[in-house]
Write a protein that binds this ligand. Structure first.
Ligand SMILES: [Zn+2]
Length: 417
């Protein structure tokens, strides 16, 4: 622990009040004035107490910092203190290596600023003041956008207070979905921008530069027209792919709507305990292949309880057909099912399924692109959303969007090239 304090030597180590106190200083050497270059004379030392990486106990580094005076008449510098950038930032109170340690803890160990402050024996503000400029530097480094060939986009709500006080509730997040050499996606959050709109996405893409935009070959998205426009306008070489998860969800939502409508038509009230359709609502949302024998029996009984329930059953079968396109081992077979869905659903007499069919027809190319881009999906953005949610809870929420962005980028891999 005592090693690795670059640029200074250790004069003295002692234990005091449960602290490990390490006194350090720089070796003597002739020093020139930064103003005029003339050799300066010593004005003695002052003690700077720095927080260092804690071990079994907290560690304080006492730096006997040299002070100098320039004797040159007319030089504007007069007095100054020595700086050792490898030890600590000019006005910092946390050692350089403790700042690096803190960032590592935030990045990998789900640490909070408050927790780090406790370990270092200082305040939230002091820790954040030391960490924040380092994160800003990392976030401004455009090399973290290199080699992104697959890009996802998603939005989330980051606060629930008055937007006049804290700005838009939604943030749009850009996620790197590029696969590694083993074909695995390691989703990284690349950025967060305020608002939920195609414009926010398009502006961000515009800021990235040509090299970045040319490199993106696959752009995954939810069925939101704004994002599609942004991709079409800004990413000439990219194929837009509608996210499988969201497509399946559209199917499930349509079944839900049919069930509620038929429920209302047949019994004149919303579903409640004892109603045949109410009892199977979760079964209707599951994949047919995951149903137990008992669930199948219940489903059949509910469907046969009233001839009007046929509509629900047909809608369910449609949703299952849509779902099965994604569950084929063979992508060509999946695509054939998907094409069939696009070609038939819009003619379905059940209005909810017909509407789903029209939506899928509108998104035809992006819907079918899933099967020609090796199952590209926006799924990695869900993983990133999980990390964001966890860290928002750990910090008990955020009031400041700038801090929120930096912390989420760090936790979700965006600051690691
Ligand atoms: Zn001088």
């Amino acid at each position: 622990m005592l090693l690795g304090l670059d640029g200074v030597h250790v004069e003295h180590v002692e234990r005091r009040d449960g602290l490990l106190v390490v006194t350090v200083s720089t070796p003597a050497s002739p020093t020139g004035c930064p103003g005029c270059g003339v050799l300066v004379t010593s004005r003695g030392r002052r003690l700077r107490v720095l927080h260092d990486v804690p071990g079994v106990t907290r560690v304080r580094v006492v730096w006997r910092q040299r002070m100098w005076r320039c004797g040159e008449s007319g030089c504007p510098r007069k007095t100054f203190v020595e700086q050792v950038p490898s030890l600590v930032a000019p006005r910092g109170s946390i050692t350089k290596r403790a700042v690096a340690w803190a960032i590592g803890q935030l990045r990998r160990e789900h640490a909070t600023i408050q927790g780090l402050a406790r370990q270092l024996g200082t305040s939230w503000k002091t820790v954040w003041r030391a960490v924040e400029p380092e994160l800003v530097k990392l976030a401004a480094d455009e090399s973290r956008f290199e080699n992104v060939t697959s890009l996802g986009v998603d939005e989330h709500v980051w606060h629930h207070v008055d937007p006049r006080r804290r700005g838009p509730k939604e943030l749009t997040g850009m996620v790197d979905l590029t696969r590694d050499s083993q074909g695995k996606t390691r989703a990284r959050l690349l950025d967060l921008v305020p608002g939920r709109s195609g414009k926010a996405y398009a502006t961000w893409l515009g800021e990235r530069g040509d090299a970045f935009r040319k490199q993106v070959k696959v752009a995954a998205l939810d069925p939101f027209a704004g994002y599609k426009t942004a991709i079409d306008d800004k990413l000439d070489d990219a194929v837009a792919v509608l996210d499988a998860f969201h497509v399946v969800k559209l199917g499930t939502a349509a079944v839900d709507e049919v069930r509620r409508r038929v429920q209302q038509d047949t019994l004149g009230h919303r579903g409640r305990k004892g109603d045949p359709l109410y009892g199977v609502q979760t079964i209707l949302r599951a994949g047919a292949e995951n149903l137990t024998e008992k669930q199948r029996v219940r489903l059949t009984a509910a469907m046969e309880a009233d001839p009007a329930h046929d509509e629900v059953f047909v809608a369910w079968q449609c949703a299952q057909q849509l779902r099965s396109a994604y569950h084929q081992g063979d992508l060509a077979a999946g695509r054939r099912i998907a094409e069939q869905v696009v070609d038939t659903f819009h003619t379905c007499p059940i209005p909810e399924i017909a509407r789903l069919g029209r939506t899928l027809r509108r998104w035809r190319d992006a819907f079918l692109a899933y099967f020609t881009t090796g199952r590209s999906s926006n799924g990695g953005t869900e993983a990133v959303n999980g990390i964001i949610e966890l860290h928002r809870r750990l910090a008990r929420g955020y009031r400041n969007r700038h801090n929120y962005r930096l912390r989420m980028l760090l936790a979700a891999g965006g600051l690691t090239p």
